[in-house]
Design a protein around this ligand. Structure first.
Ligand SMILES: *[C@@H]1O[C@H](CO)[C@@H](O)[C@H](O)[C@H]1NC(C)=O
Ligand SMILES: *[C@@H]1O[C@H](CO)[C@@H](O)[C@H](O)[C@H]1NC(C)=O
Ligand SMILES: *[C@@H]1O[C@H](CO)[C@@H](O)[C@H](O)[C@H]1NC(C)=O
Length: 364
C-alpha cells in the first residue's frame, strides 16, 4: 500500500518535471526565434551593425604594418553585418558568364536574359576579361570609387586617391583640370551610353571602358563603339543623346557583371522587385552599383565624392560644373533615401571608408 503511494508520488513528480522541462525548452526556442528575428532588419543586415571580426582576423590584421592592404577585409566586415554575403561574383562578363546562374533569369539591367547572342559576340571581339595582368596578380587590392559630388572641391585629395590600386570613375566625370582634387589615375570608367563622355578629347589617356548596361539598346551601342561605326541617330532608344565614339580599342572594353545591379537593388537596398523588370524606383545609382562591385572584388574599399548636403543649397552639386545643390530634382528611377541608408550601414560598420564623409556627415 505504502509502496504504491511512493510509486505514484515519484511518477507524478517525474510527470511534473517533464512538463516543466518541455515548457522551459519551448520557451527557450521561442525566445531564441524571437531574438533571432529582431537582430536583423528586412534586408538581412545586423540591426546593431556590430562588425567585430573574429579574434583570428583581428589578430591577423592588427599584425600588419600600418597602411598595409588587409586581404579579404571588406568582405569579412560585410559578412559580419550581412551574413548572406558571398564574395564570388566576377567584375566583368567573360565567356563563362552563363555558368553564373544568378544573372540568367533576369533581363537587363538585372541580368543577361535574351541578350546572350550579342553579349557572346561582344566578348569574342574584346577578348579580354580581367583588370589587366598587374592588377589581376595582386594578392591584395585597395579600390576607391570616386563619386561626382561637389564635396570633393578644394579638399586636395588627388594625391591620396592616386595611391589606390584601382581608381573607379563614373560616367562623364572629368579628370583633366581637376587632378588636385580628384587625382589623375583612372583604372575603370564605368558608364552607360547616356552618361558616357561625348568629346573624345575629354577621355583620359588610359583606362578600361566599362559598360554598365541598363537596357538591350546599350549592348547595341557598345557594338557600334567596338566597330567604330558612327551611330546615325544618336537618340534612338536612349533617353538623351549618346556618345558617337569612344576612343578605346576593343581590348580595353569590358561589360560590367549585371549581378551587382541585381544585388544592390533587390538585396542590399531593398528596392521593389517588380517581377525582375526595370520599373519606377528600382534602379540603383551607378555609384552604389560600383561600390557593390568593389565589395566582391577588392580587399579594401574606399569612396570619395558621395552624398549631397542639402543644408548647403549654394554649394556645387558636382565637382566639375557650376550647377548648385538647389538644382537637385526628385528622382523617378532612383530611391536616394533608401540608398543612403544602405551606404550609411557600410560606413558605420567600417566596411567602406568615406574620405569626404558626405555619406554620414555628423551622423556616424
Ligand atoms: C604577428 O607578429 C608576431 C611578432 O612580430 C609574429 O611572431 C607572428 O607570427 C605574427 N603573426 C601573424 C599571424 O602574422
Ligand atoms: C575653392 O577654392 C577656390 C579658390 O580658393 C574658391 O574660389 C572657391 O570658391 C572654392 N570653392 C568651394 C566650393 O569651396
Ligand atoms: C552640411 O553642411 C553643414 C554646413 O556647412 C555642416 O554643418 C554639416 O555637417 C554638413 N553635413 C554633411 C552631411 O556633410
Amino acid at each position: 500500500m505504502r509502496m504504491k503511494l511512493y510509486l505514484n508520488l515519484i511518477l507524478g513528480l517525474c510527470f511534473v518535471m517533464a512538463l516543466g522541462f518541455l515548457y522551459y525548452s519551448s520557451w527557450r526556442i521561442s525566445l531564441r526565434f524571437w531574438v533571432h528575428k529582431s537582430v536583423y532588419d528586412e534586408q538581412g543586415f545586423l540591426l546593431s551593425l556590430d562588425s567585430t571580426l573574429s579574434l583570428e582576423l583581428t589578430y591577423k590584421y592588427g599584425n600588419l604594418s600600418e597602411g598595409a592592404c588587409k586581404p579579404g577585409f571588406a568582405a569579412a566586415k560585410m559578412t559580419v553585418i550581412y551574413p548572406k554575403f558571398t564574395k564570388l561574383a566576377p567584375v566583368f562578363l567573360d565567356p563563362n558568364y552563363k555558368r553564373f546562374s544568378r544573372i540568367g533569369n533576369f533581363p537587363p539591367p538585372f541580368g543577361v536574359k535574351s541578350q546572350e547572342t550579342i553579349i557572346d559576340h561582344l566578348l569574342s571581339l574584346t577578348k579580354n576579361y580581367g583588370l589587366g595582368e598587374d592588377l589581376d596578380s595582386l594578392n591584395c587590392k585597395k579600390c576607391i570609387i570616386i563619386g561626382n559630388g561637389g564635396i570633393l572641391v578644394n579638399k586636395s585629395l588627388g594625391q591620396k586617391i592616386d595611391e589606390y590600386d584601382v581608381v573607379v570613375r563614373l560616367n562623364g566625370a572629368p579628370v583633366k583640370c581637376f587632378e588636385k582634387d580628384v587625382g589623375s589615375k583612372t583604372t575603370l570608367r564605368i558608364t552607360y551610353p547616356e552618361g558616357a563622355i561625348q568629346k573624345t578629347e575629354h577621355y583620359e589617356d588610359q583606362s578600361l571602358f566599362v559598360l554598365s548596361a541598363f537596357k538591350a539598346q546599350d549592348f547595341k551601342w557598345l557594338r557600334h563603339m567596338v566597330y567604330k561605326q558612327n551611330l546615325v541617330r544618336l537618340t534612338d532608344g536612349f533617353w538623351k543623346s549618346v556618345a558617337r565614339r569612344v576612343p578605346r580599342e576593343a581590348s580595353d572594353m569590358r561589360i560590367l557583371n549585371p549581378y551587382f545591379i541585381q544585388e544592390a537593388s533587390f538585396k542590399l537596398i531593398g528596392l521593389p522587385h517588380n517581377n525582375g523588370q526595370m520599373g519606377r524606383g528600382n534602379i540603383p545609382t551607378l555609384g552604389t552599383v560600383a561600390i557593390t562591385m568593389a565589395l566582391h572584388n577588392c580587399d579594401e574599399v574606399a569612396v570619395a565624392g558621395f552624398g549631397y548636403n542639402m543644408s548647403t543649397p549654394d554649394a556645387p552639386l558636382h565637382y566639375y560644373e557650376k550647377v548648385k545643390m538647389l538644382a537637385i530634382k526628385e528622382s523617378w528611377t532612383h530611391n536616394i533615401p533608401k540608398e543612403k541608408e544602405f551606404l550609411q550601414k557600410l560606413v558605420k560598420a567600417g566596411v567602406i571608408q568615406d574620405l569626404t564623409n558626405g555619406i554620414c556627415g555628423a551622423k556616424c
